[in-house]
Design a protein around this ligand. Structure first.
Ligand SMILES: Cc1cc2nc3c(=O)[nH]c(=O)nc-3n(C[C@H](O)[C@H](O)[C@H](O)COP(=O)(O)OP(=O)(O)OC[C@H]3O[C@@H](n4cnc5c(N)ncnc54)[C@H](O)[C@@H]3O)c2cc1C
Length: 397
């Protein structure tokens, strides 16, 4: 298998780099370098720049207003943008709901919602998980009961990422208690401004609000907001998850994190010399860099197989585990490198501040990021569950 980019893909990468040189504003990458999560306005700014270029939805076919890129082009774009510290494209509308509506939505749903995802009118969030229904998603209980031309929704969702910014939520709801649990689930689109929807923030260990609880009390949802058929939502939910797990390796994020780690290790002193020259520390950095290079190669192998029409199977579980372990190790090393400067609790660094941080500015968010990124091995399917998948499908255990 040839892992070199073709001439066309090299030319595409040059185009992407030129575009980023010209159009990626410095204040957005500066935010990334400081390890601060983007604000809503910053997300929207980057979204609008990409939309204007026609590059927001690389994964969508051109007929729906996407860029129609192949898997390798999408990989190049994601790697280059994340490595430079650009905000990620919020995935819920573009990467998750868009493909589901394109495959299973009605013409009216496609005509209404898809252009609004592209131009940023609607911000979507994902209402899958509930207390007691995470890895075992099929046991979800949030209920929708048909009442004339509406569904009446009651229940709770949790861990709803960026739900505080969203004006719409796509939800898995229980519409039947008959048969297997998977057979009574439907996929509903809900306007968050509907009476009875309440968003309650969950404050994370690093002081940030990134996830929420969403409560539904007698929320009336028009039946035309049902995607596909009633009780067939499990099929659409699984289709969506195959899209959620693309780019799960996070090569670009890891590369950016590694570059930041090396900057810290060069700046910090150990016994009168840069920490980067300490053989023990340098060996740990080298080990994680070698792991990253090996994973990047595996990632490319999976991507090029997908470009040839093969859907990634258990390989995506392998990439999920390895990618998240590497990023967590980079975070741990950055915390070690920052030493005592990683100790002050600088909650204001989460949202940005004009005040001078305690110690060098690169240290202000190191611990916050370390703590926040414990999530990587949980969301998108926990690493333990990914190991079960590998055990069953690859090892035949
Ligand atoms: C930061 C963050 C953001 C998230 N954002 C969203 C979102 O926007 N929308 C949404 O719907 N959900 C979201 N989630 C939820 C996420 O998908 C779930 O947390 C995840 O699927 C794990 O489910 P759980 O938290 O219920 O843990 P549980 O399923 O209760 O698992 C608890 C522990 O048991 C282990 N375990 C469970 N089953 C098995 C098994 N069969 N074999 C071996 N070990 C097992 C798990 O690995 C874990 O260690 C988010 C989660 C986080 C942490």
């Amino acid at each position: 298998m040839n892992l070199e980019y073709s001439d066309e893909h090299k030319a595409f990468r040059d185009d992407v780099c030129r575009f980023l040189d010209e159009k990626l504003p410095e204040h957005l990458t500066d935010r990334g370098r400081r390890g601060r999560a983007p604000s809503k306005a910053e997300h929207e700014e980057w979204h609008a720049i990409l939309h204007e270029q026609g590059w927001l939805a690389g994964n969508w076919p051109r007929e729906f207003g996407g860029a129609g890129w192949d898997a390798v082009q999408r990989h190049i774009f994601e790697t280059e943008t994340t490595a430079r510290g650009a905000p990620r494209i919020v995935p819920f509308g573009v990467a998750m709901l868009g493909p589901v509506l394109q495959k299973f939505g009605s013409k009216a749903q496609q005509d209404h919602y898809l252009p609004r995802i592209l131009d940023g009118t609607d911000w979507w969030c994902q209402g899958y998980s509930e207390p007691g229904a995470g890895s075992d998603l099929a046991s979800l209980r949030c209920e929708a009961v048909r009442d004339g031309d509406h569904y009446v929704v009651n229940g709770q969702k949790t861990w709803t990422t960026l739900g505080q910014y969203a004006d719409h939520i796509f939800c898995l709801v229980r519409t039947s208690k008959e048969g297997k649990p998977q057979e009574g689930i439907s996929f509903l689109l809900i306007d968050m401004a509907t009476p009875g929807v309440e968003v309650r923030p969950i404050v994370l260990i690093d002081g940030s609000v990134e996830v929420n609880e969403v409560w539904f009390s007698d929320v009336r949802v028009p039946v035309e907001n049902l995607v596909g058929e009633e009780n067939k939502g499990w099929t659409y939910a699984k289709y969506l998850l195959t899209h959620e797990r693309t780019n799960i390796a996070g090569v670009g994020f890891a590369s950016a994190g590694l570059a930041a780690l090396k900057r810290i290790a060069r700046a910090e002193q150990d016994g009168g010399r840069p920490l980067a020259e300490n053989p023990h520390f340098a060996a740990r950095v080298a080990r994680v860099e070698i792991d990253l290079m090996a994973m990047a190669t595996t990632n490319l192998r999976v991507v090029s197989a997908a470009a040839g029409g093969q859907a990634p199977g258990a390989e995506s579980s392998m990439l999920k585990i390895k990618g998240t372990v590497i990023r967590q190790e980079i975070n741990a090393l950055a915390k070690t490198a920052a030493g005592p400067y990683a100790l002050p609790f600088q909650s204001e660094a989460v949202e940005g501040t004009n005040e001078e941080p305690v110690g060098p500015d690169y240290a202000a968010r190191v611990t916050g990021q370390y703590l926040n990124n414990r999530k990587l091995s949980i969301y998108g399917g926990s690493n333990e569950v990914q190991r079960q998948i590998i055990a069953k499908t690859m090892l035949g255990l």
